[in-house]
Structures are given as structure tokens and as C-alpha cells.
Design a protein around this ligand. Structure first.
Ligand SMILES: [Zn+2]
Length: 212
């Protein structure tokens, strides 16, 4: 086996192990707890090294994911330090006065695919959760929904409305938001949305061009 391939496989393995330790708990605390990035410099650099190895193989197959909300809506994403699983993004929407107005807003498929799960989870913090399979080992997960509008086995297109933002969770008391994950081969990975890489501990606004 070529040396380069061996190195790449080792990096992928270490990255997978790191993610598996997160237990996919769904949410460790109420949203909005923004981590102090400066305290986590060592962790970030170690993780980035693994991501660099896994990244090349992933990008060959990653679907062209879009913001999981309606065209032209601007949402604030936050993949804060301590969020579980690592790399997940919590999304919030604010009105013109800066007050949260997330609840009941429509959630759309980040890319086309097949609904693999749509249920209320009592075994972890996800609450009403939907998982879509996109092929090549890629999934997206949408959690804490107030309503689920698709069922397991349904085929969805990019932009199909799949549910509504909520605060559901069997474990945590939450403020309304969408918990979003991009998953490759069973591990939550750093999201790439509309060409933007959501490096760890990023908080920024992004405007949807999904279905525009
Ligand atoms: Zn979350």
C-alpha cells in the first residue's frame, strides 16, 4: 500500500475515534453558551491536524450542502466549545430588533436524499429528530424540532420542508434553535455549507440560498 494512503487512513482513524467519544448526546447544555476560544488552543490544533487528513477524502464525495432554511433567510450559526457532538451547529434567527424568533420557522433539507429517521428520541437529547441520508456515507441530522413533516423512507429534495424549529428534548431544557450536523461514515464532521467551512468554535451569520 502506498505510504501516503497509510498516513491518510491513520488520520481518518484518529478522527473517527475522537468523534465516537462524544456519544452523540445531542446537547450538553442550554444553547447560547459561547465558548472562549482562547482557552482551547491546544485542542483545536490537534483536531485540525486530524481534520486535514480526513478532509481530502471527504471533499471528494461531500454533497453541496446548503443552509437548512428558506431562501434569503439569514441565521446565526454557532458551533460553540463544549457542544456535543463536536462540530455540530446550533442555528438561531433574530427579528429586526434582535430578539429571537426561531420557534416554528421552517427547516428544509440541506441536500436531497432519503429520510433515514424521523422520531422523538427518549434515549438522548435530540428530541424530535430527523436524519437524511445523501449517499456516499453522508447524513445530515436536524434536532429539537417542534414538528416533523417527513417520515422514514420519504425521498426529499434540497429545499424540501422537513419540519419546524422547536425546543424539544427528552433531557434538556432548551431555548428554541435548530441543532444541525453533517455526518460522514458515522462521525459528525466539520460542516461545509454553501462553500463555507464551519471551523470549530465559529459564530457567524449565513444567508440561505437553498431553493432560491
Ligand atoms: Zn446543539
Amino acid at each position: 500500500m502506498p505510504r501516503l494512503q497509510l498516513i491518510s487512513m491513520a488520520l481518518v482513524a484518529s478522527f473517527t475515534a475522537a468523534c465516537a467519544a462524544d456519544e452523540l448526546a445531542g446537547e450538553p447544555a442550554a444553547s447560547g453558551a459561547v465558548g472562549d476560544v482562547s482557552d482551547d488552543t491546544l485542542d483545536v490544533s490537534a483536531e485540525q491536524a486530524s481534520l486535514a487528513g480526513a478532509g481530502a477524502a471527504q471533499e471528494l464525495t461531500r454533497p453541496a450542502f446548503k443552509v437548512p432554511f428558506l431562501c434569503d433567510q439569514t441565521w446565526q450559526g454557532n458551533n460553540w466549545s463544549g457542544h456535543s457532538p463536536a462540530h455540530s451547529i446550533d442555528w438561531n434567527h433574530y427579528d429586526a430588533n434582535g430578539s429571537p424568533d426561531d420557534y416554528g420557522r421552517r427547516v428544509v433539507a440541506s441536500a436531497g436524499g432519503t429520510v433515514l429517521d424521523s422520531y422523538y428520541s427518549t434515549s438522548n437529547g435530540y428530541g424530535n429528530v430527523i436524519v437524511i441520508g445523501h449517499g456516499d456515507g453522508w447524513h445530515t441530522r436536524y434536532a429539537h424540532l417542534s414538528e416533523r413533516l417527513v417520515s422514514k423512507g420519504d425521498t426529499v429534495s434540497m429545499g424540501t420542508v422537513i419540519g419546524k424549529v422547536g425546543d424539544s428534548s427528552a433531557i434538556y431544557t432548551l431555548s428554541p434553535h435548530l441543532h444541525y450536523e453533517q455526518i460522514h461514515d458515522g462521525s459528525v464532521v466539520v460542516s461545509v455549507i454553501q462553500g463555507v467551512t464551519w471551523s470549530d468554535y465559529t459564530k457567524r451569520n449565513q444567508t440561505s440560498n437553498n431553493g432560491c
